[in-house]
Design a protein around this ligand. Structure first.
Ligand code: ZN
Length: 349
């Protein structure tokens, strides 16, 4: 899974693992959790926009770059959606081609830009420089910082689940990350782990995520801005200030459409009661060829929880590597100060 459910859950896991390692940055992610979660999704996936327009209803449908032949609302015809930008209308695919590598860094660059790829072992330096700038150029407020921590979650988890980088062992049905097993990952994460074990309120999480503002820091760490700061000193190549107005339009579009997209995802993951127990939608049964009960069994057999544990651990490992290279991040207060019982002992009498 790598959509809004997957990346939000990776963010939660990475944060828990960061708390365990007593990394001071965890407190920032807690204080600005919605922006941290937004960074873990929109901080990277700039293709969050409609794929098409349903001609019968005029409504926007689909999800960026996933081809759509007929309207999911009426089954009728659709036409391609194009986002209006300062340089003309762009389809989701064009937006993806243009900007996807700039946020994902280690993969997703289009052919001509392959030289800009950041190798995995340079990632901590890239992140540390961007975080340094989050303090120096985009501070002193720490909301942009929380957003950038979320972006780190996404780059790491996307790389691991898509096998760009080893570190997560998962053989679920037909592989680690496949068309057939993605709904299994999403459903199990959403219901069994998210709701039942972690008591997540997904609808609230997504709504809060959608309400967060665009962070100008994102234009900077995607190098679609004037080169400046620690990031420009360490990575002087690939800056494209002329792309800034277009990327601004894209980021605003992502914020706009993520609300609709989250509603669509919530609807698609609904379970309904049957005499045999809870069951998912016919669409997801068809893609996977499994009942919901069989999906739970498949996830158990594949030790899906262990793979997610690895994911959380690897994210915290990256957080630690970044903190090691970034003095202001490592120097954040390590605790929130005295607990109320200590305050009571000292102040009450
Ligand atoms: Zn991604």
């Amino acid at each position: 899974m790598s959509g809004i459910v997957g990346h939000s859950f990776y963010a939660v896991l990475g944060l828990k693992a960061a708390v365990e390692r007593q990394l001071p940055l965890a407190a920032v992610a807690h204080r600005h959790f919605a922006s941290y979660a937004a960074g873990a999704y929109l901080g990277c996936d700039i293709q969050v926009m409609p794929e098409a327009i349903c001609l019968d209803t005029g409504r926007e449908v689909g999800f960026g770059t996933v081809p759509l032949e007929k309207s999911p609302i009426t089954g009728g015809p659709v036409r391609q959606y194009r986002l209006v930008t300062p340089e003309g209308p762009l389809t989701a695919y064009q937006v993806h081609e243009r900007f996807y590598g700039r946020s994902h860094l280690v993969f997703g660059w289009k052919k001509g830009d392959a030289a800009l790829r950041v190798p995995w072992d340079h990632l901590p330096d890239y992140f540390a420089a961007a975080i340094e700038d989050a303090f120096a150029l985009f501070g002193p407020g720490e909301r942009p910082l929380a957003y950038a921590l979320g972006w780190i979650v996404h780059v790491v988890s996307d790389s691991l689940i898509k096998s760009v980088q080893p570190g997560v062992d998962l053989q679920l049905l037909d592989g680690k990350y496949t068309t057939r097993n993605r709904p299994v990952q999403d459903l199990v994460t959403f219901h069994e782990l998210g709701v039942k074990e972690f008591h997540l309120r997904w609808a609230a999480l997504f709504e809060d995520l959608a309400d967060t503002p665009v962070e100008p820091l994102q234009l900077h760490y995607m190098r679609a801005a004037e080169p400046r700061g620690a990031l420009a000193r360490l990575f002087p190549d690939g800056w494209q200030p002329a792309a800034e107005p277009t990327l601004r339009a894209v980021l605003a579009e992502n914020r706009r459409y993520v609300r609709q997209h989250a509603h669509d995802v919530l609807a698609s993951l609904q379970l309904h009661d049957t005499p045999a127990g809870p069951e998912c939608t016919p669409e997801l049964r068809e893609i996977t060829g499994l009942t919901y009960a069989e999906m739970l069994e498949a996830a158990r057999t594949a030790n899906f929880r262990h793979a997610l544990w690895q994911m959380g651990d690897q994210i915290a490992e990256m957080f630690a590597a970044v903190a090691h290279r970034c003095a202001p991040l490592a120097g954040l207060p390590a605790s929130d100060g005295p607990a109320w019982n200590e305050i009571s002992q000292r102040w009450k009498g």
